[in-house]
Design a protein around this ligand. Structure first.
Ligand code: PLP
Ligand code: SF4
Length: 341
């Protein structure tokens, strides 16, 4: 039997880090030395949406600070158990735009593939808390069907890999998928939406960079970071590696009450991302999913924050504030009325 003496997160093996994450309320409470009053509600919330926190992310949480912006993203709390009007289990009505298992075709020129139901981290605000992932398995049969679908849809030039988190799949599976997409001549671009480089930056390993650099496709990676404190030197290295193989780097964030709903926090996030060569893309208003109402920031507060951001940052460091409205042909941009400022 192998015994590991060094702390687990010292390893560079991302698959080990992925499997070694915290997955129970008890282990989270003991790792962070949290007050025990919170345990009963946490157990109920965990039954609805499982706790999952990888060690490199856990390590960045400030012990003894109940307002830590990283802690709040992963901690199951009593507020999740409250019902609120308008907060639904399928807020984006995605089940109706799901032409085949694992395939979402909502917007004209691009399709989204649900590569995996799993994530490296379970974010408490996530709109996919109740997504029926077990009905969206991406096996070889599904891939054959999707390849056929794409062959017949010339208007699609971009394939978005999403999930769950698409980078939980192995480099070998990713390489096979890229090969398949490369065989369809009108596909020119692949976009990877992932939170893995933020929570386990070791995921961007030499083999992944090799797979990406061999592809004829233009590769875009959209990371998901909500707070500057999530980003560290390992993330910088990962982004540098990706830039060297020609990947375009963007970030999307969700505007979250008590986590990043201040001008200072949003400025820091944009500046920190750019230090790693990443441009802000979207700032999403929260999708109204059941159990996440306590994270909601009103549209008028969001608009005010954005107006203030415009006074602080160059235009290229300002994310687009958007909301997703079911049945619309794109994400909906929130009008900021900047001329009135
Ligand atoms: C968000 C999303 C996209 C991508 O939208 P962009 O505006 O191109 O970033 C594509 N498909 C689905 C189903 C989406 O939810
Ligand atoms: S990584 Fe993304 S998909 Fe997964 S739980 Fe977090 S927000 Fe949701």
């Amino acid at each position: 039997m192998i015994t590991r003496t060094a702390p687990s997160w010292h390893t560079e093996d991302w698959q080990f880090l992925l499997s070694d994450s915290i997955r129970t309320v008890e282990s989270l409470w003991s790792a962070l030395n949290l007050p025990s009053e919170g345990i009963p509600a946490a157990l109920s919330a965990h039954r609805e949406f499982q706790v999952r926190v990888p060690k490199p992310f856990l390590d960045k949480i400030e012990r003894g600070n109940p307002d830590d912006p990283l802690l709040k993203q992963i901690l199951p709390v009593a507020a999740e158990l409250e019902a609120h009007a308008g907060f639904l289990k399928d807020p984006l009505a995605e089940r109706t735009t799901n032409p085949a298992s694992g395939l979402l075709h909502k917007y004209k020129s691009r399709v989204l593939l649900v590569m995996s139901g799993a994530c490296a981290v379970n974010c408490r605000y996530c709109f996919r808390r109740y997504f029926p992932y077990s009905d969206n398995r991406m096996g070889s049969e599904e891939l054959d069907y999707i390849a056929g679908y794409l062959q017949h849809h010339n208007e699609v030039n971009e394939v978005i890999l999403s999930g769950g988190d698409p980078l939980v799949i192995s480099n070998g599976r990713l390489a096979k998928l890229l090969n398949l997409l490369e065989s369809i001549s009108h596909i020119s671009r692949v976009r990877i939406h992932t939170r893995l480089p933020v929570v386990i930056p070791q995921r961007i390993d030499a083999e992944l960079l090799d797979v990406v650099s061999r592809s004829r496709l233009n590769v875009v990676m959209v990371t998901h970071s909500n707070h500057a404190r999530e980003l560290d030197a390992v993330f910088d290295q990962a982004m540098l590696g990706l830039r060297k193989v020609g990947v375009t780097l963007l970030n999307q964030a969700v505007l979250l009450r008590g986590i990043n709903d201040s001008v200072a926090s949003l400025v820091d996030l944009s500046e920190r991302l750019f230090e790693s060569g990443v441009l802000p893309y979207y700032l999403h208003l929260l999708d109204p999913v059941a159990g996440a109402q306590h994270f909601d920031v009103s549209e008028s507060t969001a608009r005010t924050l954005m107006q203030q951001l415009h006074a602080e940052l160059p235009g290229f460091l300002i994310p687009r504030l958007v909301r997703e409205i079911p049945q619309k042909p794109s994400k909906t941009l929130i009008d900021l009325h900047l001329s009135e400022v």
